[in-house]
Design a protein around this ligand. Sequence first.
Ligand code: BTN
Length: 244
Amino acid sequence: MHRIKRFETISSTNDYLKKNYSGLEDGDVVTANHQTKGRGRNGRTWLDDDSSLLFSVLLKDRLDAKTISLLPLLTGTAIFLAFKDLGVPSQIKWPNDVMIEGKKSTGILLEAITDSKLEAVIIGIGINVNNTDFDPLIKDKATSLLSYLGHKTEKSKVLDSFLSHFDILYGEYLKGNHAFLSILKAHSFLDGKEVSLNYYGENRHGRAIGVDDSGQLVIDTAEGPLTVQAGEVTLQSVYQEKSR
Ligand code: BTN
């Protein structure tokens, strides 16, 4: 069971957990209708819209530092399964997004708190649920559950469904079972697409072949196959699908 703390407005659900994690419990969830300082990856802002489900999950106590890079993939898979239960087909864009009909529906921002050891992991998730009006900056690239379904969905229903799938996948992951990767591999958005990425400061370009059994993305580049781990790279762009 997760304890869920709900705010109407907060700076950022991730920041709340970062500040308060030591007095909170493993599995605690914070959700808010509005964020005044919502953060996305790579220092970007996450635009505020109360039609979105905005929340963060705190993990502590039972952490596996060696496989932390799998957590965004596990989270994306739990979202994929929650969407499936709601009748919405989606794809997981390695390593951090969930796409519906080729557009971004969900962003995941994973942050680790380390002292001398890994103290806590915060998984921040923004899911476009009932959004209809998108900012002009993201209008062509973003979608919501409402855009697909044509009707509204209770945000709490999406949260409950996500948490029940997450608990099952995370419980197995802690036992060393990474079977969720087979779901991800079967529904991977990037397969066959041309990608550009920053790999240790170098720009690399190639065609994504797929996600391998250890959760790494395999890319066919002019210099040969390149296998990259989530966290090692920043995906810069994705081009249209190539016929194979
Ligand atoms: C991204 O795609 O760039 C990641 C976006 C993550 C946004 C969520 S909303 C809830 C949580 N709180 C934040 O400040 N960010 C995450």
